[in-house]
Design a protein around this ligand. Sequence first.
Ligand code: FES
Ligand SMILES: [Fe+2]
Length: 345
Amino acid sequence: MSGFIQNAWYVAAWAHEVPADGLFARTVIGEPLLLYRTASDEVVALEDRCCHRQAPLSRGRKEGDCVRCGYHGLKFDRHGICVEVPGMEAVPPKACVRSFPVVVHNKWIFVWMGDSTKADPALLPDTFSNDHPEWRYLPGYLHYETPYELIADNLLDFSHLSYVHAATLGGSEQIAQIRPKVERIERGIHVQRWVPNVPPPAYYQPLWDYGGLVDRWIEYEFILPATLLMHSGASPAGAARDDNRTGIRFHSCQALTPESAHSTHYFFQESHHATQGDAGTTQGLYEGLLAAFEEDRQMITAQWRSMSLKPDVPMLPLHMDAALTLFRRLVMQVLVEESNCKDSA
Ligand code: FES
Ligand SMILES: [Fe+2]
């Protein structure tokens, strides 16, 4: 697979990562971005590459709502237009850097990387639990030295909970025995897995130290460009789902943003309902989640090393690959559509 979908909202940062004063750099789908805030707290995203000699603007300084390149001093406004060249009376008309549409939505900073006339806020994912009084979480970020596709594959097949996360999120081989219900939805895939009568995983303990068997449910959308929106939870075996008095429930938002063809930003949180637990619970769950996601990172990094040694070795398709195969097909379809649009423009 080559290339990235352009016309999509990519998560570039958690809102708290971009300071009120100062400059923040992050590369998204191979494009170096400079993010900063204006005096009125709007987030600006510019190409982090000066049009003069290509120095990163993030090595310069903020001046009001503008940024000055730290190399030879060209100054750019928030739209990327050069407004000053030291020693020149007039600014050459070509002196500008690209600016990108930005939306701060539920604590995530989204950047539209493609045709800016197509940047539609209606396409933003429903990340409600990132900013909701009824849900509590701590924000997470991991950097992967692997292609994002392998992490998407992992998130689209939770049979790995039984093996990669046996001591954290899994706790039962039964999870891998169950076939999830997989459906195509608009711009993504819907996955549902119902796992009755299993021991609760260690991950639940800070919130729910339950000794009996439980019924677990996991239900999520994985939508373009690579965002997971998941409801999950558990109840004592045989009890009703979604009952806060007898069981637990979570909502999770996770986004993969390719940095390059071989590296990825991973933004995540898993919220618990605010009526259950306290700040210590939130911290305990976060630590458990981080430990589990580190298990994923180690496995996927090792997988990528193995693949890189012999790139031509084929994969063996199995039933558990249904969701990830559908998602890869969808990505390919959109890449072809974008490339056809470019050719006919
Ligand atoms: S590289 Fe930016 S001013 Fe020269
Ligand atoms: Fe995992």
